[in-house]
Design a protein around this ligand. Structure first.
Ligand code: ADP
Length: 546
């Protein structure tokens, strides 16, 4: 017997309809490429999203056609999320930090029909436009009078001129909730990039889950700043979760330096911010010397790479901001775990709580997790045993776009498919997951694994260290030994022996790195993560001290 409840497809257009009706006056504030700050509200945004949908119909785009963006976090990008997805097309957010050849490759692979881009990226678009074979319409996200006459891109249109004549009413079509809504390519550190194709259903379910109190925990009383880019995993789903709860949205545009982000937080009374550790590192470096404080910020979700303990301490102890450590990946929409304490942890001393806060957190309803050994056997949740982390759930990838890379799943005895995350982790009896490494970054010394994240976290706790990367180096006796590559704070002294001495008592002796290498910068990938592959290339002639 079937239940007798109404069967409505979960479509992203319903989020914006809801926000328009119930939170129409909640603000969306954006720092623009033009340099000024733009403000309007969900009601105005919904109208313009419908104009986008009408304009796409006008271009004759078919259902599921891909519409690409090269854009910062801002209100026009948000209009595209809803106008494109809501009308049944697929919004393809491209990471502008990728190499132009890779951008062109991705556009051809996705078969993008339209590209909409911020003025910042005109030079990039000029490089790729001859190679991008499928794009028929090139649209600059600007006012009509800002359109350059000499762009070298025939038929280039202004976004504002394109949508201005369109009607503001549009009946969002109702279709199968499993239809694709958006797509995002993984950074593809090995081989060609592969695309995750998010459905309307997965996006709406993820938005619901993300908003829960023990997940992102956002509400109509929050002012939310997604610093994490809309071109990378939909800014962790915030452009969908915020309309779902009616939160004010604040977009930083291209100004991602510490000073600009801090000033925006203060000006817009941001209560909730989301970003990768490198962004917050820049902001804290700006705030500390000037002794600046926050007047509104209460919580910040930090993920994408391990959040160093020193950062959690700084936010909590110096600024009164709660850090929510989060873990996920492109293939997971991206949220998998968030680290919020359980009731029983509140009685623990602060240091014990901190040990838990450092973990990547516990699974959200909708994400099943397990750790397995090489034979695929499930390992115990004892907080010590580590293994390959596998996940499954309704917002986790089943296969890549166009079947690239074959079937990515691993099947259990019941025939259920699990997605291998490529992370090596422990799970404790309370279900808190802790990543020790990317499987490809694991360091194996004398048959024992050393967690590069642990070694990095200790170095990051030293006041003179800005960034630290731990990598394994070949060793004749131990197979591999760890070294730590460090960027020092300018104007602060730090020697090798001092940093090595700093490790004493903080980790087992045999895990202490064999050497410290000081560098001016650690190479970062397109999503602001340390690129250890590149770092290893840079250190190809390096020899361990004997
Ligand atoms: P890409 O696949 O392009 O590198 P993703 O954002 O999909 O980008 O990266 C996902 C990976 O990032 C995870 O599998 C994990 O290794 C790492 N990661 C994400 N969040 C955390 C975290 N909080 N701590 C440690 N590693 C993390």
């Amino acid at each position: 017997m079937l239940g007798l409840m109404q069967n409505q497809p979960l479509l992203t257009s319903s989020l914006i309809d809801f926000a328009e009706r119930h939170h129409g006056d909640a603000e969306i504030v954006s720092r623009r490429v033009e340099g000024d700050v733009h403000r309007y509200n969900y009601a105005a945004m919904a109208k313009r999203a419908r104009q986008v949908a009408n304009a796409l119909d006008g271009l004759g785009l078919a259902f599921s056609d891909r519409v690409a963006t090269l854009a910062w976090n801002g209100y026009r990008h948000m209009e595209l999320y809803f106008g494109v997805g809501g009308s049944g097309r697929v919004v393809h957010t491209i990471n502008p930090r990728l190499h132009p050849d890779q951008v062109a490759w991705i556009m051809n692979h996705a078969e993008d029909q339209v590209l909409l881009f911020d003025a910042t990226f005109l030079p990039l678009v000029q490089k790729v436009h001859a190679q991008a074979k499928t794009v028929k319409h090139w649209i600059l996200l600007c006012e009509a009078d800002k359109l350059p006459s000499d762009s070298g891109i025939p038929g280039l249109m202004s976004y504002e001129a394109w949508i201005a004549p369109q009607a503001t009413d549009y009946d969002w079509p109702q279709f199968d909730e499993n239809t694709a809504a958006s797509m995002c390519y993984t950074s593809g550190t090995t081989g060609n990039p592969k695309a995750a194709l998010y459905s309307h259903r997965s996006s709406v379910l993820h938005a619901y889950a993300a908003a829960l109190p023990d997940v992102m925990g956002i509400s109509a009383r929050d002012s939310v700043l997604p610093v994490v880019p809309m071109f990378h995993v939909n800014a962790w789903g915030l452009p969908y979760s915020c309309p779902l709860v009616g939160a004010k949205l604040v977009f930083p545009g291209p100004a991602l330096d510490g000073k600009s982000v801090y000033e925006l937080i203060e000006a817009e009374q941001v209560t909730y911010a989301a970003g990768v550790p490198t962004v917050w590192q820049m902001m804290l470096s700006h705030m500390q010397p000037a002794n600046l404080k926050f007047s509104s910020l209460k919580r910040t979700v930090i993920g994408g790479s391990a959040c160093p303990p020193a950062m959690i301490h700084a936010f909590q102890d110096d600024y009164g901001v709660e850090v929510l450590h989060a873990w996920g990946m492109t293939e997971m929409s991206p949220l998998g775990t968030l680290c919020t304490l359980k009731n029983k942890h509140l009685k623990l001393p602060k240091e014990e709580q901190m040990k838990i806060r450092l973990k990547q957190g516990r699974a959200i309803y909708g994400v099943d997790m397990k750790i397995v050994n090489d034979a695929g056997e499930e390992l115990p949740w004892d907080g010590k045993t580590y293994g390959d982390l596998l996940v499954r759930g309704p917002w986790i990838l089943a296969e890549y776009f166009k079947g690239e890379g074959g079937d990515p799943l691993r099947y259990d005895a019941k025939g259920r498919g699990w997605f291998p995350t490529g992370d090596v982790a422990t799970l404790d009896p309370d279900g808190f997951m802790q990543i020790t490494d990317r499987s490809k970054d694991v360091i194996k010394s004398g048959g024992e694994w050393i967690s590069s994240i642990d070694i990095e976290n200790i170095a990051m706790g030293h006041p003179a260290v800005v960034m630290a990367a731990c990598i394994g180096m070949p060793h004749p006796k131990w197979d591999e030994r760890p070294i730590v590559v460090v960027v020092k704070k300018p104007n602060m002294a730090l020697s090798k022996p001092e940093l090595l001495a700093f490790y004493q008592g903080k980790t087992a002796k045999w895990q202490i790195p064999d050497d410290v290498v000081f560098v001016d910068a650690i190479p970062l990938g397109a999503t602001g993560k340390m690129l250890k592959t590149k770092l290893r290339e840079q250190l190809v002639d390096y020899q361990l001290p004997v």
